[in-house]
Ligand binder design. Structure first.
Ligand code: FES
Ligand code: FES
Length: 176
């Protein structure tokens, strides 16, 4: 019996529900059986093994856990994994090319020295990706407004905004 089998058996024994979920994460299919109470963030990190999605506050405030769910930026700590059933999810690991080439948004943040400890970086990058998909040339005010739901304890935000402005240029140059 695997650790997961033991965990699911304990959940059932305690009266909890166990559900099957079908997630597509960064193009890879994950057919999983999980406790109904577990969040999408937990399942992405622990069951899919994608620990690039960070968990900070665990109650929807900091934005560190942001992933794209069917293209929409979503706080994976506030979603149950079962709510993601059948969706296409993109996490920070889905940005770079197969050969490791950075996505223009990653390149831009590096060039702008956007982050310090970078705990917040996955959330900011996924939020930026969603912003530029909808609005490829946001104004400085629009960038600040869009990023206002993500918290950073290190930078004071100026370098992150500069990174998004650089991303606008690199995305255009790359034809994305
Ligand atoms: Fe999800 Fe903070 S960990 S919003
Ligand atoms: Fe440290 Fe943002 S760079 S929390």
């Amino acid at each position: 019996m695997t650790d997961q089998d033991r965990r699911l058996a304990a959940e059932r024994a305690a009266g909890g529900s166990v559900v099957d979920v079908h997630l597509t994460v960064n193009g890879a299919v994950h057919d999983l059986t999980v406790e109904a109470r577990r969040t999408l963030a937990e399942v992405i990190r622990e069951d899919c093994g994608l620990t690039g999605t960070h968990v900070g506050c665990e109650h929807g405030v900091c934005g560190a856990c942001t992933v794209l769910v069917d293209g929409q930026p979503s706080r994976s700590c506030l979603m149950l994994a079962v709510q993601g059933d059948g969706t296409e999810i993109v996490t920070i690991e889905g940005l770079a090319g197969a050969d490791g080439t950075m996505h223009p948004v990653q390149q831009a943040m590096m060039e702008a020295h956007g982050f310090q400890c970078a705990f917040c970086a996955p959330g900011f990058l996924m939020t930026t990706l969603a912003l530029l998909a909808e609005n490829p040339e946001p104004t400085n005010a629009e960038i600040r407004e869009e990023l206002s739901g993500n918290l950073c304890r290190c930078t004071g935000y100026e370098s992150i905004v500069a990174g998004v402005e650089r991303a606008v240029v690199l995305m255009k140059e790359s034809g994305r």
